[in-house]
Design a protein around this ligand. Structure first.
Ligand code: FE2
Ligand code: FE2
Length: 138
């Protein structure tokens, strides 16, 4: 799945961001695999924790570029990242309390958010990054 997903990704103009996007999709794929293989909960949680740590690191990197290039939508972009972290935190907390959050439900939220964010929301800053990185003003 991830293989195909990143082949379809539009390069952003910043290799560091492209690399992070690929890594996030790769971790999403690990999670998908672990769920399908019915791996132990501790394994699934660890993959999810890694994925979220990686996502946060990526959001910091990405937002640094958006700030530097004064991307007009940087505040709302930041809010989208924050909402994602909060939502996943809330789902994890629910399962910690013995709630009924299935790994499949977490995965569905993750994969649809990430898919939409990379293809639609991140895609909006690409023209700016390409222009600025190409101009040598980066
Ligand atoms: Fe983003
Ligand atoms: Fe991104």
């Amino acid at each position: 799945m991830a293989q195909q997903a990143w082949e379809n990704l539009v390069p952003t103009g910043v290799p560091e961001i492209d690399r992070q996007h690929r890594m996030i999709l790769e971790r999403l794929d690990f999670l998908d695999q672990a769920i399908r293989e019915n791996q132990a909960e501790v394994v699934i949680r660890q993959i999810l924790t890694d994925l979220m740590e990686y996502a946060r690191e990526h959001f910091r990197t990405e937002e640094t570029y958006l700030e530097r290039f004064e991307y007009a939508e940087r505040a709302s972009h930041h809010d989208e990242h924050e909402k994602f972290v909060r939502d996943i935190g809330a789902l994890s907390a629910q399962s910690d309390e013995g709630g009924i959050v299935s790994p499949e439900r977490v995965f569905d939220y993750l994969s649809s958010w990430i898919g939409h964010h990379l293809r639609v929301v991140d895609a909006r800053y690409v023209p700016l990054l390409l222009a600025r990185m190409g101009s040598g003003k980066g």
